[in-house]
Write a new protein. Structure first.
Length: 158
């Protein structure tokens, strides 16, 4: 009879990706809480006509696409988080692990807004970083973007 072995659920790769993702999640949620509190009644202009901090709520995805599909986007974020935890076991480099950890943390950060700021995954995501020439975003969005760039870079190196 052949013995069947299962991979342990908590491996060093999953722990490392989870720790990085957790750090992104904490930083994202703290920054959003600060923004909703400190910027509730006024914007903070850093560079006039170019860069400010201003709270907006986005019920859609990146660049305000898919407005009103928050529940579907929340389910997609759950699926992405699960797939990352599976994929992290196949990483070949630290770069890939870091990229996946950043995307994981960003996805869960925005998912937290969808869970806790509206009924059944349909809450709006808090955005507050506003360059006049670019859609408003948050730290979770930044982590996702940087993570994807790292993953593309790592893929081109192999």
């Amino acid at each position: 009879m052949r013995e069947v072995r299962f991979a342990p659920a908590l491996t060093s790769r999953r722990i490392n990706a989870g720790l990085l993702g957790g750090a992104v999640l904490v930083a994202d949620q703290i920054s959003k809480l600060w923004a909703r509190t400190a910027l509730a009644d006024h914007d903070l202009v850093i560079i006039p006509r170019w860069f400010r901090l201003a709270v907006t709520e986005n019920s859609g995805a990146a660049f305000s696409l898919f407005q009103g599909y928050g529940a579907w986007l929340g389910l997609a974020a759950l699926l992405v988080a699960f797939l990352i935890l599976v994929a992290v076991e196949r990483t070949r480099s630290t770069s890939e692990l870091v990229g996946l950890g950043l995307v994981l943390g960003g996805a869960i950060g925005n998912l937290g807004d969808r869970i806790f700021r509206g009924p059944w995954l349909s809450g709006a995501v808090t955005d507050f970083i506003d360059f006049s020439f670019w859609p408003t975003f948050n730290l979770a969005d930044s982590a996702i973007t940087v993570g994807v760039v790292i993953l593309v870079w790592a893929a081109r190196r192999t």
